[in-house]
Ligand binder design. Structure first.
Ligand SMILES: Cc1cc2nc3c(=O)[nH]c(=O)nc-3n(C[C@H](O)[C@H](O)[C@H](O)COP(=O)(O)OP(=O)(O)OC[C@H]3O[C@@H](n4cnc5c(N)ncnc54)[C@H](O)[C@@H]3O)c2cc1C
Length: 287
């Protein structure tokens, strides 16, 4: 047996599973196909329930020491910014009275730093498929690493390879998935105007905009909309006003610089909609 457990995928799910299993003394092999953590604008706001576990592991403290921001409230607002509803975390137990905002790669890094000595973490390893024994039971995985294929045998395989998990399908485990008709873009704005230390969800007829402060004076934004064109909507409907938030050429150029990857590859993790869509936002910013 190469390991007690092989965990496939090192997103927050796989890293957390490896942390928990390693802390119990299991020999864990954690495999991730990406050579480097991807700079994805997702999973940046941690809720009190997750923070309770992360605090036990010392990960929440690490995130705060690396600039993580405490957010006191989650507020649903109308388009003018007036509160419609608020989740006030002051009502929770002490030590649990806030959300914590940080960049996703930093959250992954803090979890990876916490891995026990019994966990071996290998990047750049693609898990191709499940291995089965003579009885058809899962007995490990087949992986590709450095151009070579090999087998890894383990008592337990954890498929932490994301929402569309190929390993789950390969194991024949069904999962129900709700599809939503909305589109989504996530990005952050450098040098954003100072915003309240809360997680704000602006509700409008055309969709939902989420806004939260991030370390370094940045602001994280996620927009979900239901119509095809978002130009003119995302920038102009922010309550602080499009000219302050997005209307200057300089700020959009910064975003464009970040999105340079999209120009080369056609894909960009910081604006999942694509580079063309980034230009559509920018075009709308002037209106
Ligand atoms: C825009 C957006 C914003 C979000 N905001 C929040 C938020 O504020 N707070 C929050 O709690 N959640 C948020 N979420 C949800 C959160 O990001 C996900 O729930 C979380 O990332 C799921 O983690 P995971 O480890 O299960 O999967 P993933 O993050 O998808 O990780 C899967 C990992 O497996 C690897 N992998 C895949 N296939 C293989 C393979 N064959 N071999 C090896 N490795 C493989 C991938 O490279 C990846 O690293 C957000 C999601 C999105 C899209």
């Amino acid at each position: 047996m190469d390991a007690d457990v092989v965990v496939c995928g090192a997103g927050v799910g796989g890293l957390a599973a490896a942390c928990a299993l390693g802390a119990r003394g299991f020999r864990v092999l954690l495999l991730e196909k990406m050579a480097e953590p991807s700079r994805v604008a997702k999973g940046e706001v941690l809720q009190p329930g997750a923070l309770r576990v992360l605090r036990e592991w010392g990960v929440a403290q690490r995130l705060e020491s690396r600039g993580g921001l405490r957010l006191a409230r989650l507020v649903a607002r109308d388009t003018a910014g007036a509160p419609l509803m608020a989740l006030d975390y002051d009502r929770l137990r002490e030590q649990e009275r806030w959300l914590l905002a940080h960049d996703y790669p930093v959250i992954l890094e803090a979890l990876a730093d916490r891995l026990d000595g019994s966990v071996e973490f290998r990047r750049g390893v693609l898990v191709r498929d499940l291995l089965r024994d003579a009885d058809g039971r899962v007995a490990g995985v087949r992986v590709a690493e450095g151009g070579q294929e090999r087998e890894v045998r383990a008592s337990l395989v954890v498929a932490a390879d994301g929402i569309s998990s190929r390993l789950r399908k390969s194991a024949g485990i069904p999962a129900h998935r709700d599809e939503y008709p909305h589109r989504l873009a996530a990005f952050d704005i450098a040098d954003a105007p100072r915003v309240e230390q809360d997680f704000s969800a602006y509700v409008s007829e055309r969709g939902l905009r989420l806004r939260y402060p991030l370390p370094g004076g940045r602001c994280g934004c996620t927009c979900r909309w239901v119509r095809t064109s978002c130009a003119g909507w995302i920038p102009t409907a922010w309550p602080a006003g499009s000219s302050t938030w997005c209307g200057t050429r300089r700020r959009w150029n910064r975003w464009r610089t970040r999105c340079g990857r999209a120009r080369r590859t056609g894909r960009c993790c910081r604006c999942p909609g694509s580079w063309r869509r980034a230009w559509a936002f920018r075009a709308g910013a002037g209106r």
